[in-house]
Write a protein that binds this ligand. Structure first.
Ligand code: ADP
Ligand code: MG
Length: 295
């Protein structure tokens, strides 16, 4: 299967204030995300990662400021934007199959144009088949979505975003609950997409993957004024930046010589930055969905 190159959309956020009723999240946020690269948005719980992605996707509207995606306002950019919500924010009791879910990626933002159209176009079928295959969920396509495991749900949602063949792909915590093999597969797929020009912007708690996979990292903490740092992960992620980004969720275990032993004991929560810093994330950081609590 060949996939045509795309021109990855960049994101320009200027002076944006956004939040929820009685809950401001960002005030006067300015951020540029370059097109065609792999960008990781990192931050602690409640730091505004999901809000930032929803704002770019046009799902929450800023009260002030301006957003352009590939030069277009979010509403117009929806035609070329793929968005995967955080799994815990989706109602999985809805009675549809995996294939139907993934097919929504073809029409969710332009349903009015397709209303009453009973037969999906050939092009749509191909895009859906390809997205199912890319995320390795073709064997699950006739299953009801409520039957899926956590990892399968993530893959189905990523496939839905891919079905759009987007110029920019926004993924809200796609990796954490996948097993290591699926995570490797996901990063392979995403790297192939950025090689073809697609912009990939994903939020993550998993600092250990950041250095390895991302060409850009944006550290955010709404409580600290928004963007803490941005750039190439190996230079942007200093101790001071990590402290301001994660606050008490992060413990610095050691500086200087790194202890391999700690790494082995608690591989998932302990990791190293450069040759110097050994870090530990609190357990709750890795548990997704405790905040919104849907099934
Ligand atoms: N739908 C909502 N209504 C009200 N407040 C919300 C809603 N979603 C998130 N929040 C609040 O906005 C802040 C940022 O949340 P969020 O963007 O989900 O952070 P993160 O994804 O980094 O955990 C938090 O204080 C959270 O409680
Ligand atoms: Mg979130």
């Amino acid at each position: 299967m060949t996939i045509a190159p795309v021109s990855g959309a960049d994101v320009a956020i200027r002076g944006v204030s956004v939040g929820y009723p009685g809950q401001p999240v960002f005030e006067d946020l300015t951020l540029n995300i370059p097109g065609g690269v792999f960008t990781g948005i990192i931050g602690g719980n409640g730091s505004g990662k999901s809000t930032l992605l929803k704002t770019i996707a046009g799902l929450v509207k800023p009260s002030r400021g301006e957003i352009r995606i590939g030069g277009e306002p979010p509403q117009r950019a929806r035609a070329f934007l793929g968005y995967m919500p955080q799994v815990s924010n989706v109602d999985w009791r809805f009675p549809i199959t995996v294939r139907e879910l993934v097919s929504m990626g073809r029409y969710q933002f332009s349903w009015y144009r397709r209303l009453g159209r009973l037969i999906r176009s050939h092009e749509d079928q191909i895009a859906v088949d390809r997205a199912l295959a890319m995320m390795d969920v073709q064997d699950l396509q006739d299953r009801q979505i409520h039957e899926l495991s956590g990892g399968q749900r993530k893959r189905a949602l990523i496939a839905r975003a891919l079905a759009r063949q987007p110029r920019i792909l926004l993924l809200d915590e796609p990796s954490a609950a996948l097993d290591a093999v699926s995570d490797d597969h996901l990063f392979d797929v995403l790297c192939d997409l950025t090689d073809l020009g697609t912009s990939v912007v994903m939020t993550t708690h998993d600092l250990s993957t950041v250095i390895e996979h991302y060409s850009q990292v944006v550290c955010i903490n709404s409580a600290e004024g928004g963007v803490i740092a941005q750039g190439d992960p190996s230079s942007a992620l200093t101790e001071d930046v990590l402290r301001r980004t994660f606050g008490r969720e992060l413990a610095i275990i050691s500086r200087g010589d790194v202890h391999d032993e700690a790494d082995r004991q608690d591989e998932h929560h302990t990791f190293t930055i450069g040759d110097e810093l050994q870090l530990h994330m609190d357990d709750h950081v890795h548990q997704e969905g405790h905040r919104h609590g849907s099934p």
